[in-house]
Design a protein around this ligand. Structure first.
Ligand SMILES: *Cc1c(COP(=O)(O)O)cnc(C)c1O
Length: 801
């Protein structure tokens, strides 16, 4: 049981509570309680006991097990009303899947009104409320802020108000899921008053999903309560995934206009002759709950309320604890300044400290010392590397985001036309962010969570240099010695299967390079059988364990995967692209054509349907997946390289790739890797040096500094091209630096994730808020069909044209 500091409201023994109840928090900093809070171990234990010790049947019959479920559901319904201090004489609970389903239930009933309905919603609404407008056949209006709501309410409040008798629904969030601002609950009372005193057929739908997660919702005064209140229980207790619509009984009639019926909502139905049905006459909830209730979830809800009370006492205690931490965090974020005095964080809706009208949620953006916005997806990548979890983007709250950032509908459309989609990487357009960072606290948050997050920003984003800002720092190497040492090709690698391990080309073997890069590079990929999306190590680090070998003698791709120290699996696939060539090996290469999603782009690939192939990859990775092949002739994918300083993707016409993400060939310099490793060591990362393999380059070059000379790290940043070997035709064009993500943190030997090298790269190789390492390149003379290179070849860089 939590003990509370009476002055601050902080739970003083939170570390003990976390240790006992939330063991998973030991290894992570969780700041997304507005997404979902976490379930306590004792809840899951109690739930497991409850289910094993009892027999819960489908609630619709007379058997003992069925009766047990029915009785339990009745109990829980009452407990839910008590949880919100709602009088069972005035309110009923309708169980639904989640808050969105509760909202949709109301919307469906209003739509079924013979004359349709008018819909008014607040600009701070979650998309779940916004979508209702598509059902409002008479009109829908977005009220642009509290002032417009007040004006509209005043319009309702006199005897000859122009009501025109149309049924109307007003919806708003009790708390913004973006900023945490709590909106006035008195609006419900005013609407109730307008309905009773001036016969305005207006009803209120309160989206309380965000509010109830960290605050008590008190419906004890029926004269101020909304008509319909939507909640999701997982947001309060972490479990079960279940929602409810709390309905004022005296407003229920309007919901009963709903035409659909299903499952237990009817008493009698005829299906032949005149279709006729008699809806349940009993309770309101039984007429609105379609089909079998999620009865085990409802059992879990009862336990969730009990355990929560045992652990925290009450919602107002949770509220004080989380608010105190959020206030501390907000104050610290506001104090973060660059050396030139500029603030790092632009916080949206600065709540007053300890204000009851502000939930424990902070939405903000970061700006560098020049005042330029920092890409949120980049901040998120560092969060992933540092194991700190928070949300970025539009947060399903387009109105709130647009208002606070100051994006006009025109700008939003332009961003959409420019290719921006919610959740993508391109999140600063025309100098404005397209979303926000949101951190949110909850019952089991601790002061350490606050410190961890502030430390992340201090470490990576506070610019300590009073003069030069971090964004003006070029990726190029300012101190590059004019005299360049001799570089040679240290190693060559191909990645036959995109995102799996490398095949190192043995020294002495000369390897073909064509317009699409090194032969056999990224010819194949793995596709998830459920989604058809090309898989990557970002999500499936175990892909690094699939080791390929290109055997040109036997013309096979040999795959080995070490599941653990004793089990090794092997598979061979013919290199011949034609499925009819059944080679001596065991794979039946029956393939089908499918459109697969590679890096956000649809590509037609041949998918291997043989159970043996699919079985191999599914076993190794533990997800249902199979191999797919780039079709080769006829399919052209274009190079797409982002050029720092332009904020744009550059597409080089005529430069094609197979299944690689951006360019045909990636060049990595050993000297740059060495420099990076020195910096990692310098930053306290002793023993955390990374192998050049981490960068998954095709060509690793190394230099041999003569006696007394130094290496030239990052010299390649300034090259425009290079020649490999002595053949003058063996020229390559540099396309630009390679933008990096947290995937470089996957150790290519063990498939384990680490913090380095991304953490140090983010400090030393950042431009435009993004992190760069290695160079993209392609064949210089595109008309050449192929050249060949090998380990040990001399590398001659070009500068300028
Ligand atoms: C989370 C949330 C929702 C959606 O809840 P679901 O459980 O996904 O249906 C709607 N509105 C607000 C304010 C929320 O915070």
């Amino acid at each position: 049981m939590a003990t509370i500091d009476p002055d601050t409201g902080l739970i003083t023994n939170i570390d003990k509570v976390r240790e006992a109840e939330y063991p998973s928090l030991a290894s992570t900093t969780y700041l997304d309680h507005a997404g979902t809070t976490l379930y306590a171990k004792s809840l899951i234990d109690a739930y497991s006991r409850e289910l094993t010790q009892n027999l819960f049947g489908n609630p619709h019959s007379a058997s003992a097990s069925s009766q047990l479920s029915s009785r339990r559901i009745d109990d829980v319904r009452l407990q839910v009303l008590r949880f919100f201090s709602a009088d069972p004489d005035s309110f009923d609970v309708v169980f639904v899947a989640n808050a969105t389903a509760a909202i949709k239930l109301v919307a469906d009933a209003f739509r079924d009104n013979d004359n349709g309905f008018r819909y008014q919603y607040h600009i701070d609404s979650h998309t779940s409320l916004i979508g209702v407008r598509e059902l409002a056949s008479r009109s829908s209006t977005c009220l642009n802020g509290d002032g417009e709501v007040e004006d509209w309410l005043s319009g309702l409040e006199h005897p000859n108000a122009n009501s025109n008798g149309d049924l109307s629904l007003f919806a708003y969030p009790a708390q913004s899921n973006m900023t945490g601002r709590r909106l006035p609950l008195q609006w419900n009372q005013r609407i109730l008053h307008a309905r009773k005193s001036y016969s305005q057929p207006v009803y209120t739908l309160l989206d309380a999903a965000a509010l109830v997660s960290t605050a008590a919702l008190d419906l004890s005064d029926a004269s101020t309560a909304p008509d319909f209140t939507a909640v999701s229980f997982y947001k309060i207790f972490g479990f079960p995934p279940l929602g409810a619509l709390i309905v004022r009984k005296d407003s229920a009639k309007v919901l009963l206009q709903r035409r659909y019926f299903g499952g237990g909502t009817v008493d009698m139905v005829t299906v032949s002759g005149d279709a006729w049905h008699a809806t349940k006459e009993t309770s309101l909830h039984s007429r609105l709950e379609d089909g079998t209730l999620p009865f085990t979830n409802i059992v879990a809800l009862q336990l969730a309320m009990e355990q929560h009370k045992r652990l925290y006492g009450s919602m107002s205690r949770v509220s004080r604890h989380a608010s105190y931490l959020a206030d501390t965090l907000r104050a610290q974020l506001r104090d973060l300044r660059h050396a030139n005095g500029h603030q790092l964080c632009t916080i949206y809706n600065n709540g007053l400290l300890q204000d009851a009208r502000q939930g424990p949620v902070i939405a903000f953006n970061l700006r560098d010392s020049d005042g330029k916005y920092i890409s949120n997806s980049e901040v998120e990548k560092l969060g992933i590397v540092k194991n700190i979890q928070f949300r970025t983007g539009q947060l399903c709250n387009p109105g709130g985001v647009a208002t606070h950032i100051g994006l006009s509908p025109d700008e939003l459309r332009r961003n959409y036309a420019a290719g921006h989609r919610c959740g993508d990487d391109n999140d600063v357009l025309q100098g404005k962010p397209t979303g926000v960072i949101r951190v949110s606290l909850g019952a089991m948050s601790s002061p350490k969570d606050v410190t961890d997050f502030v430390d992340l920003l201090k470490e990576f984003y506070v610019d300590l240099n009073p003069i030069q800002s971090s964004t003006t720092e070029p990726v190029g190497n300012l101190s590059a010695a004019p005299q360049v040492n001799k570089f040679i090709v240290e190693s060559l690698a191909v990645f036959p299967i995109k995102s799996c391990a490398a095949y190192k080309i043995p020294p002495g073997v000369s390897w073909d390079v064509g317009v699409k890069g090194l032969a056999w590079d990224r010819e194949w990929c793995l596709v998830h059988q459920g989604t058809n999306i090309a898989m990557s190590q970002k999500r499936f680090p175990r892909m690094a364990l699939v080791r390929p070998e290109v055997d040109l003698q036997r013309y096979v791709l040999r795959l080995t995967a070490e599941l653990d120290s004793t089990r090794v699996r092997k598979l061979e696939v013919s290199l011949d692209s034609k499925p009819r060539s059944m080679s001596s090996i065991n794979t039946c290469e029956s393939t089908t054509n499918k459109s697969s999603n590679v890096c956000g782009e649809d590509v037609d690939v041949h998918v291997y349907t043989s159970p043996e192939v699919a079985g191999f990859f599914t076993d190794v990775l533990g997800v249902p997946c199979t191999l797919a092949r780039f079709p080769g002739h006829g399919t052209i994918r274009q190079v797409r390289v982002r050029i720092p300083g332009t904020g744009k993707d550059a597409t080089k016409v005529g430069r094609s790739i197979a299944l690689a993400n951006e360019s045909p060939i990636l060049l990595v310099s050993r000297s740059s890797v060495n420099r990076l490793n020195e910096q990692i060591k310098h930053n306290g990362g002793v023993g955390k040096a990374v192998a050049a393999d981490s960068f998954r380059g095709n060509i690793v070059i190394a230099e041999d500094p003569g006696a007394g000379q130094f290496e030239n790290p990052y010299a390649e940043d300034d090259w425009t091209g290079l020649q490999i070997g002595d053949e003058v035709n063996n020229t390559f064009e540099m396309l630009g630096p390679c933008q990096r993500c947290q995937m470089v943190c996957v150790d290519q030997k063990s498939a384990k994730r680490r913090q380095e090298p991304f953490s140090t790269l983010a400090k030393t190789r950042r431009k435009d808020g993004r992190v760069w390492f290695g160079m993209h390149m392609c064949l210089g003379l595109q008309e050449m069909t192929a050249i060949s290179i090998q380990v040990g070849d001399r590398v001659t860089p070009y500068f300028g044209l």
